[in-house]
Write a protein that binds this ligand. Structure first.
Ligand code: TYD
Length: 221
């Protein structure tokens, strides 16, 4: 089973993913946690290009292709081999193709239909069985991030305001994608306390998990 985590900045994806992984492992699932971009030696080098301070002028098209290039490697080298360990192989991935649609598509305004073709090529058509979307007001999320980084609030206001509209478009994009495909997306309000967010994730996931029955008949595929 392939489960992805999506959300705007500061929504707590990584913490929630790691807690869910621990819970699933306690229940006997064979869980791999990974993240985008990265997770492979090639992906990590692509990530370094994306994060390099000299790349501030990078075009949105270049960004979309680099994230997709890292993803192509990640899918084939890391994700698919683990998913083949059926029926108990579970992959939890911190961001996936929906991030490209949200950030480079809705955020930067690249054509969504073209991006869908590029991401389908990169993923080889692999789609998440479930996407857990942690929804959060963008200002709350950016403030959480700034606080964690030790910036003071006044500085945050000046520095981040310009980016606010961009992050709002990203969030609106996520919400539009979730509304268009409600059977794949589980939307959780990330403004709630951490424990409550985790409880709702488990509640939403539980009925979709593959059965843990290891008898030869049930596990015979
Ligand atoms: P990351 O280090 O994953 O931090 P977080 O997920 O905690 O915000 O951030 C990666 C950044 O890259 C994040 O701002 C989202 C962005 N991104 C894209 O723009 N497109 C993509 O396809 C992916 C995977 C990430």
């Amino acid at each position: 089973m392939f489960i992805t985590f999506e959300g705007p900045e500061g929504s707590g994806k990584t913490t929630q993913m790691n807690r869910l992984a621990a819970w699933l492992r306690e229940r006997g699932y064979d869980v791999l946690t990974t993240r985008e971009p990265g997770g492979t030696a090639i992906g990590d080098r692509v990530r370094a290009i994306l994060l390099d301070p000299v790349a501030t002028e990078m075009e949105a098209e270049t960004e979309a292709l680099l994230f997709s290039a890292a993803r192509a490697q990640h899918v084939r080298q890391v994700i698919l081999p683990h998913l083949r360990r059926r029926p108990l192989g579970v992959v939890l991935c911190d961001r996936f193709a929906d991030s490209t649609l949200a950030y480079q598509g809705y955020g930067h305004g690249l054509d969504l239909a073209q991006l869908a073709v590029i991401t389908a090529f990169a993923t080889g058509g692999l789609k998440p069985d479930l996407t857990i979307y942690l929804d959060l007001d963008v200002e709350v999320g950016l403030r959480r991030k700034a606080l964690a980084a030790g910036q003071d609030a006044a500085q945050w206001n000046r520095m981040e305001q310009r980016a606010l509209d961009y992050h709002r478009r990203v969030r609106d994009g996520y919400r539009a994608m979730a509304a268009a495909e409600p059977q794949r997306w589980l939307v959780v309000d990330a403004a709630q306390p951490l424990e409550e967010v985790q409880a709702q994730i488990r509640q939403g996931l539980a009925p979709r998990l593959p059965a843990l029955d290891r008898s030869p008949v049930a596990g015979g595929r």
